[in-house]
Design a protein around this ligand. Structure first.
Ligand code: CP
Length: 357
């Protein structure tokens, strides 16, 4: 069963198709208003969300379908110890497609391996957020009209910011991309993304901790929130949370047509005095997310009807789990078979992509 766990589960051509569908939906919403009649999406949110959950639900209603699910796992049998795998099997009896957010990295992948309906990763820990990337790509397309030849700055929490990880994967497939990584030492991009995505694709990149130094050269500035919920040490979060604040004064240094993106929610990293600047795209970006989620739901349900199957990257089975990432689903899921994926830099956990030592 075809699921979308990682943005690379979709080819560049499929992303182009989703963008074309989303643009047509914006122009002709009525044409799509009955296409999911009789279908149900289950939104399984084990972590807080405003945009992702409500846009999935709104998307399904606008397609004529229905919604079941939960926004707080406390009221589900997960609280009695049910595994992610069993939950996914059960929900397959009640719905046609699942959107799952989970704090543990790899949990939506485990769900997809056990469900008999498509599973969409709606964000897993600090790992990946592919439908946020679809929202980002539609926004870039509508603002810039292209994905090639762009200098893109990522600013803030590049360590735990899952939208950053997924968007870098997506951009690595286009030509003429230059990446600027702006973060304090404590929040730099994970090494595996630098080595296996940016460097592997020969993408020119620079790293800096100073936003002002690089602001004038950017076509896109992707601001991010420092993810307090992923820190073990709250004092460290307090020290880092305001490391970058974009305001109207600083924006004077930027190109007149630079686009400012942010997956939201924002805290203080974009001052409200930026909101009325024509370069601020973050609220449009959230609206674009609903259109891309509509297009994705339609695509996956159509493929499920046609019983189209896709193979995932081959897993290397392991005798015992040696993933050291405490936020990985392997730390809690009973009965989960340990597995790795082979990369040119060694083995990585099949579920959360951490390097296995
Ligand atoms: N961008 C995003 O994922 O927002 P929510 O956490 O509100 O879903």
């Amino acid at each position: 069963m075809r699921s979308v766990i990682d943005i690379l589960d979709l080819s560049v051509e499929e992303i182009d198709e989703l963008i074309a569908t989303a643009c047509d939906m914006i122009a002709n919403p009525k044409k799509y208003s009955e296409l999911c009649r009789g279908k149900k999406i289950a939104t399984l949110f084990f972590e807080p969300s405003t945009r992702t959950r409500l846009s999935f639900e709104s998307a399904m209603y606008e397609l004529g379908g229905n919604v079941i699910g939960f926004s707080d796992a406390k009221n589900t049998s997960i609280s009695k110890g049910e595994t992610v795998a069993d939950t996914a099997r059960m929900i397959s009896c009640y719905a046609d497609i699942i959107a799952m957010r989970h704090p543990l990295e790899g949990a939506p992948l485990v769900a997809s391996l056990n469900a008999s309906i498509p599973v969409i990763n709606a964000g897993d820990g600090g790992h990946a957020h592919p439908t946020q990337t679809l929202a980002d790509l539609l926004t870039i397309y509508r603002e810039k009209g292209r994905f090639n030849n762009l200098t893109v700055g990522f600013c803030g929490d590049l360590k735990y910011g899952r939208p950053v990880h997924s968007l870098i994967h997506a951009l690595s497939r286009y030509m003429g991309i230059k990446i600027v990584l702006i973060a304090p030492d404590e929040l730099v991009l994970p090494d595996y993304i630098k080595k296996e995505v940016i460097e592997k694709h020969g993408i020119p990149y620079v790293e800096t901790d100073c936003l002002e130094d690089v602001l004038p050269e950017l076509d896109i500035l992707y601001m991010t929130r420092v993810q307090g919920e992923r820190f073990d040490d709250q004092a460290e979060y307090e020290r880092l949370k305001d490391c970058y604040v974009l305001n109207a004064e600083k924006l004077k240094m930027a190109k007149s047509d630079m686009s400012i993106l942010h997956p939201l929610p924002r805290v203080d990293e974009i001052n409200v005095d930026v909101d009325d600047d024509p370069r601020a795209c973050y609220f449009k970006q959230a609206a674009n997310g609903k259109q891309m989620r509509k297009a994705l739901i339609l695509k996956l349900l159509a493929e499920a009807e046609n019983n189209k199957k896709e193979m995932r990257e081959a897993f290397v089975p392991m005798e015992e789990c040696c993933c050291n990432n405490m936020r990985c689903i392997t730390k809690t899921e009973r009965g989960l078979k340990p597995a790795a994926v082979q990369t040119e830099n060694g083995l990585r956990c099949a579920y959360c992509e951490s390097e296995l030592k």
